[in-house]
Design a protein around this ligand. Sequence first.
Ligand code: H79
Length: 439
Amino acid sequence: MVIARTLSVIAITLFCWCAQSSRANAETRTDRVLQARPEAVQWFQDARFGMFIHWGVYSVPGRGEWVMENEKIPISAYEKFAPQFNPQAFDAKKIVSLAKRAGMRYITITSKHHDGFAMWPSKQSTWNIVDATPYKKDPLQALANEAHRQGIKLFFYYSQMDWHHPDYWPLGEKRGHAAGRAPGGDFARYLEYMNAQLTELLTQYGEIGGIWFDGMWDKPDADWQLQRTYNLIHRLQPSAMIGSNHHAAPFPGEDFQMFEKDLPGANSAGFNTTHVSSLPRESCDTINDAWGYNKLDDHYKSTRQLIHFLVRSAGANANFLLNIGPTATGEVQSEFERRLEEIGQWMNQHGETIYATHAGPVSPRSWGVTTERDGKIYVHILDWKDRYLPLPALPGIKTARMFDTGQVVALRTLDDGLLLELPDSTSTELVDQIVVLQR
Ligand code: H79
């Protein structure tokens, strides 16, 4: 009897121990796909507006971030820009404050672009801002400290394509061939390098909003070991949002989907996917045509155009990540600053119709979009000159008012639609005529 009981206690203990250790094994298995925490995903979805920053040694020649490839500059010549990169005027506080005044909730900065140059003192290579430039300071640290202080989240852009690293091999079909690199290299070793750099970024700068990958499209069929890298990121920072600009439907482990210079699914850029996933979305665009500082580019979008893109993004359930490319001295062009200030003034008054909204019941139209939050539907009329705006039927809508003035908007229920009669006094010159519909 005693022996039997002792044996069963041992059996139960062994069973529990085995069950526990197999759970522990499951936690450490690399093939389990981890995702960002739901609170982080929700935060991202509500944020709606962020600042993109493209900044690196390419800011020295000032002909855009693709200058090395576009002008076929070999590594040996390109490296000569680094001693000229001394951004004494870089002021993290000023940039974070500017983002805040613009109404932006997060900043995504290039930690490493396609030229492979690390904007922080990476221990993995001396091709970085502390070892290779007279500046010798870490702007990412300054930015992270200031962003945390001002309650802005900081994301790091990281280019998987690398025109400088000897192990980024084989090269993609077309790009990186003028760099003058010795042929050969070990791609598995490159991935170790990349993971080691990402580990630095995710362990030395406090809480990071996420990682914005780019450049995988250079060789989409290579063995990128995405799961390993994505799990590494999610283990180091369980709230970090991962997105990758690979122009294809999202892969497991990614937490948001981005669309470069495009609204979700539109593919007006020509290289984006039309597949729109159920993940949170983000559109990004430039103020002129360049991401990295381009002194020749004066093709600026107007504040009105930029606000329209922000509103249209929200109406398509997407955040808008708007880019600035600081100069080699670290300054932000006045043309960018002025537009951000003006967008901020607009967001100050109209943020309620953008932040924490989701796409409304009327899908995007040429005249505008709808957003929705807390039972209110915001009809954003961006491009419409007439007094009457026909909508599809929206059952149960009882009241309509102009968001800006509170003026009543007359409603007429049609057989299969709803007609808004905009007040006489409403100016079609407004950036956005917003009508609030309530049930
Ligand atoms: O960082 C900014 C740009 O430098 C980078 N992404 C933004 C955020 C960028 N790289 N390339 N592009 C933007 C657009 C060009 C894509 C193309 Fe292609 C590369 C078109 C042809 C070569 C991808 C690969 C599409 C077809 C092949």
